[in-house]
Design a protein around this ligand. Sequence first.
Ligand code: NAG
Ligand code: NAG
Ligand code: NAG
Ligand code: NAG
Ligand code: NAG
Length: 344
Amino acid sequence: MKPATLLSALTLLAGSSPAMGMSLGLRGNGHGGHSDFDLVGYGKDSPYGTTTGGKGGPAVVVTTPEELAAEASGDEPKTIILKGEFALQSRLSVGANKSLIGAGRGASITGSGINVYNTWNVIIRNLKISYILDNDGITVRNTTRVWIDHNEFESDMDGGPDKYDGQVDIIRAADYITLSWNYFHDHWKANLIGNGDDLRDVDFGHLHVTLHHNYYRNEGTRGPAGRFGHQHVYNNVYEDYLYQAIHSRSDNQVLVEGNVFRGNASEALSTYGLVIPMDSPNTSPDGDFEIDGYANLGAKNDWGPATINITQWGNFTHAPYRYKLTPLRQVEWTVKKGAGIGKI
Ligand SMILES: *[C@@H]1O[C@H](CO)[C@@H](O)[C@H](O)[C@H]1NC(C)=O
Ligand SMILES: *[C@@H]1O[C@H](CO)[C@@H](O)[C@H](O)[C@H]1NC(C)=O
Ligand SMILES: *[C@@H]1O[C@H](CO)[C@@H](O)[C@H](O)[C@H]1NC(C)=O
Ligand SMILES: *[C@@H]1O[C@H](CO)[C@@H](O)[C@H](O)[C@H]1NC(C)=O
Ligand SMILES: *[C@@H]1O[C@H](CO)[C@@H](O)[C@H](O)[C@H]1NC(C)=O
């Protein structure tokens, strides 16, 4: 690792990408779209305070998996700037009070994914995480306050639903998390929130997640699939989302608003308990039967060609924080332009 001052690290970030230009462009373009890329939602307004990641600590630049693993451990606040390509041989464990930020147009992670386990206050931005075979791209487990923003997740649909696991999964009472402006594509299972219907005692009352301005393209299921928690799902774009997109089950609650569905999308939102066989055929060849979840609709969605099936209306009708909806007719343009790496 190369020690760097915070100032030089930030200069490196700003100097090598159209970063500021992008957000200023959106702010100033008169389209009235989402005006900046600041943290919004449960990751910001939590009972534990806001997610700050490495703020207040030093910044370091890392260029190898070994340096990355060493810097990401421990609980001292630190901003870790990832430069280049990281072919991980084992999963990266991230400690508390860390920001992992890809430099410039984004750093890449392949091989193994990232564990954010039993910790708190973590930010992950501007990383391309692809073809992770050893578990999820990122697993957030028993952790509070996480912001996963402006990343790209890619693999392929060739090997069926069980070839890869999730892109970002949030499990075991993890709480107060925002997933924003990520580009999730070419993958079956995007975001599982709560990983078992037998985990009611662990998960119920946790799993508060905001998902906004994410771009999902050519995906199978779980965009997201939630159990026992609350998810606010707004202003996301779903293009070619082949099966269950937003699925709320096992007493989970979703508030769904201002989303856009395009292309070959079959089921935008459902709350029935059945987890279809296209979700995980190896573990449940006939599908899995759970109890139903709940949904509420806020601002109008554009379901495109997709259907919805709401079997139970819930009581999660308002998000308990301030946020700004992008007008529905601008969502597709704004999200496609702003999501993914090389934008912050
Ligand atoms: C990590 O951050 C929290 C605030 O979020 C702070 O209370 C704690 O002291 C930090 N840990 C260390 C080791 O600095
Ligand atoms: C959850 O994480 C906390 C640290 O934040 C730890 O003390 C606790 O043991 C963890 N619980 C489980 C079930 O792993
Ligand atoms: C839409 O996707 C489904 C599931 O993969 C597939 O069976 C169907 O042929 C696709 N339809 C179109 C028009 O591409
Ligand atoms: C909704 O799902 C339930 C449970 O699977 C099913 O019985 C019902 O027919 C579905 N409704 C529509 C309109 O598809
Ligand atoms: C919301 O609905 C759930 C499911 O019916 C229920 O368990 C919970 O107590 C309700 N919360 C409030 C504040 O009414």
